[in-house]
Design a binder for this molecule. Structure first.
Ligand code: GLA
Length: 754
């Protein structure tokens, strides 16, 4: 809902308001973004300059209160008295945009450039500012509690205009903040780092051509000391998959300026007379009470306004992916055998990963080609898909359409279709990218991918991209527009296909890709202990329904860590569950455990994927439909553990709940020579008897079962005692390093007296 009172605009979300005003100089002042207030409250948020700031530049001689450098703004003119971070650069020329008009539009205003955008029926405020040779259009809308805004600049003069920087958003927030960014690389995504925002700029930027795992476009600004449940926190993001930029800077007057948009590095856009440039949409949310509420607002926004409508609230299948189990080494028979195993365990979708086409027997050849490799798949994709469907499973397929190997039929026919920068080509994973700025390249990809998709019953696509950087220079934005064009042409007519994007894991985990497909493969690192960081930090800004989360083999391929199967499951449950390992190597007891895991996940899948997620000390909880699922994760075990406590949040204090544990089984082998303490004979820990027993026998671990109030659960429930070296007992937890436990807390029908 949008209120306009005199020169004040109030955009209301459910619990949030954005207040703007047009000041007497025609600049758009940013008065407030935070708690819900009224347009009538605008007076309370005006920053009064009084007798001014001494030597500053004034917009009107004699008016000491007209210093743009000290105004809280929602847009600013470079070179005209405001020397903080500027939102645009017109090849070194100053700008002087002033308010000209506004309108309120029903729903979202469609993008003209082909960029993806948030959908929903919130009203949009459109403010037009003008200067002698250009128009600037600012669009604002609040979806749920999330502000979405963008800017469009149009050349209304009669000579070309050069843009070297054009941000989506600028905002000045009163107060001091810390900025948390999420940085990393391959198998090391989403490592948080926090720095105070001071007078020098703090920058979160990607210049690789993609949103990147080096610096995710999402970030936080928090009051110092903010926690999960206390303190003012702002979250920011960009609906864009290319080079991004955000900077925060604190002014002398105590305003924290934040700009967000496309990275200005290599950005160079010439606007002919009459032409316009449109920025991606910037996203911003606020929580008055810590990170958990911020996440909840962002999650609802992504689930309702970003992901394709077909997938809103729609449960994702449990999948089996062939990659880690087979790599490039498979054939029809092996895949069908794996699929049989996967179906028998409860998987619903079988995904054939890399290696099904061209001469692709390793990663040195074949990218760019689409002919099915008949040596591996003599019955083609159709024959394979039919057999998989007959097992009751859907069939999905991997593609990497943006890339080309020099050893491919495509490259031999069209070497000029590969992106080059005029120097000798630099390969990454033996590949180049295709030039998606060329219409014929986009047509080639669309025609080939569509032909494959229509040749067999394919209901899932993993869209990979394994170059981490491209030398695109000024063409970076055009490349991303080309990618969006390709994705729209392939997937908009096929909304039923579940698109999971991937870029060596999380190298392109962003809101732009999520507008086309509802999931992203968030990391090639499936070690569950590492995933606590990756998924945990992603969850600050993205909902669990957007993470592909797979159980893989232990010891783990990237860390060599040997993690119990229960922990691998318990971590992957908080996302879209999949399995990715050689099922042929599983022990019977592991199969049984996986079957139980999948059945458990299916029972609570809607809550795991779409419920309210909270991070706890040493664990995660998710709630919905009267059920809370809480996992406690142990990293390192200490001797003589004290009394453990499970403390939940967000329950109804008067409701009665039943708490139970999922329960896990302990492998005999994990006790090694300690078995002598319980066995009548002294057994060799490396001997045949114990090795055989380890494959067949498990012991139950402690189980907790109680009926209690929400108040007690939020005060903290004492857990069973932990193993202390005094013996094994079914009524204690015998969790080892990296062990975990899953608690199920279900509402009972009776309400306790308050
Ligand atoms: C990338 C992906 C993996 C897998 C391989 C296949 O590394 O992240 O999941 O699909 O490519 O080559």
């Amino acid at each position: 809902m949008i209120e306009v009172k005199d020169n004040v605009f109030a955009l209301h979300g459910e619990a949030t308001t954005l207040l703007l005003r047009v000041n007497e100089y025609g600049l758009i002042e940013h008065l407030h973004f935070g708690e819900r207030v009224d347009a009538d409250d605008a007076e309370a948020f005006i920053c009064r300059q009084g007798l001014g700031w001494g030597e500053s530049v004034l917009l009107r001689e004699g008016d000491t209160a007209s210093c743009p450098d000290a105004m809280p703004l929602a847009w600013s003119n470079p070179g005209r008295g405001d020397y903080r971070e500027s939102p645009l650069a017109l090849a070194g020329q100053p700008a002087d945009f002033r308010y000209a008009a506004h309108e309120i539009v029903a729903g979202a205003v469609p993008m003209a450039s082909g960029l993806p955008q948030a959908h929903g029926d919130a009203q949009t405020l459109h403010i037009t500012l003008t200067q002698t040779n250009a128009e600037l259009h600012l669009y604002f809308a609040i979806h749920g509690d999330v502000l979405v805004r963008r800017a469009v600049i149009r050349n209304t003069g009669d000579v070309p205009m050069t843009l070297t920087k054009m941000m989506s958003s600028l905002i000045d927030l009163p107060g001091d903040y810390e900025m948390t960014t999420f940085d990393g690389g391959w198998i090391a995504e989403m490592r948080a780092s926090t720095v105070p925002v001071q007078a020098s700029r703090v920058v979160n930027e990607s210049v690789t051509g993609f949103s990147s795992h080096r610096h995710n476009p999402g970030f936080l600004l928090s009051e110092s000391g903010a926690t999960e449940d206390a303190g003012r926190v702002y979250g920011f993001n960009l609906i864009y998959s290319g080079n991004h930029y955000a900077a925060a800077q604190r002014s002398l007057q105590g305003l924290t300026r934040v700009v967000q948009g496309i990275s200005p590095e290599h950005f160079h856009h010439v606007l002919a007379p009459g032409e316009a440039f449109e920025t991606p949409e910037a996203v911003m949310a606020f929580s008055p009470c810590g990170r958990a509420e911020l996440s909840r607002r962002m999650h609802r926004f992504v689930n309702a306004h970003i992901i394709p409508p077909h997938w809103q609230g729609r449960e994702r299948p449990v999948l089996f992916n062939s990659w880690e189990g087979c790599m490039f080494d498979f054939n029809h028979r092996k895949l069908v055998a794996l699929a049989k195993d996967a179906a028998e365990l409860g998987c619903e979708l079988f995904v054939l990963d890399d290696g099904w086409f061209g001469n692709r027997n390793d990663d040195k050849a074949g990218l760019g080609d689409y002919a099915v490799n008949r040596k591996k798949l003599p019955h083609g994709l159709e024959g394979l898909a039919k057999e998989i469907n007959a097992l009751g499973m859907q069939f999905g397929l991997w593609f990497e359409p943006e890339a080309v190997n020099m050893d491919s039929d495509l490259y031999r026919a069209h070497p000029d279709w590969a992106l080059t920068d005029g120097y000798a080509p630099l390969l990454s994973r033996h590949q180049l990218l295709l030039d998606l700025t060329k219409p014929e390249v986009r047509d080639y990809i669309v025609d080939n991918v569509c032909a494959v998709l229509d040749s067999a019953p394919i209901t899932y696509v993993k869209w990979d991209m394994n170059r981490h950087s491209i030398a695109l220079g000024a063409r970076a934005h055009a490349y991303i527009l080309g990618l969006y064009d390709v994705l729209a042409r392939i997937f908009r007519p096929r909304p039923h296909i579940l698109l999971e994007s991937c870029s060596s894991g999380g190298n392109r985990f962003d809101l732009g890709m999520l507008c086309y497909g509802p999931q992203v493969w968030c990391s090639d690192n499936t070690d569950p202990i590492e995933r606590l960081t990756i998924q945990g930090n992603l969850s600050l800004l993205y909902p669990q329904s957007t993470f592909g989360a797979h159980v893989s083999a232990a010891p783990h391929a990237q860390t060599l860590r040997n993690t119990p199967l229960c922990t691998r499951g318990n971590v992957s449950f908080f996302g879209c569950l999949g399995y990715e390992m050689d099922l042929g190597h599983l022990l019977k007891l592991e199969r049984e455990q996986i079957r139980d895991q999948i059945a458990f996940y299916k029972r609570y899948r809607h809550i795991f994927q779409f419920g309210d997620f909270r991070r706890m000390h040493s664990g995660w909880q998710v709630s919905g439909e009267g059920v809370t699922l809480a996992a406690m994760f142990r990293t390192l075990t200490h001797a003589a553990p004290g009394y453990g406590t499970l403390r939940l949040t967000g329950l109804d204090r008067h409701t009665r709940y039943h708490l139970s544990t999922m329960g896990q089984r302990l492998r005999i082998g994990q006790f090694g020579s300690l078995v002598k303490h319980v066995a009548p004979v002294n057994l060799d820990p490396n001997g045949l008897i114990l090795r055989a027993a380890d494959r067949l026998i498990t012991l139950p671990d402690g189980k907790q079962d109680m009926h209690l109030s929400g108040a007690a659960l939020m005060a903290g429930v004492r857990l069973l005692p932990g193993f202390r070296g005094t013996g094994y007992d079914e009524n204690q937890y015998t969790l080892t390093d990296f062990g975990s436990e899953m608690y199920i807390i279900e509402e009972e029908n009776t309400n306790a007296e308050s």
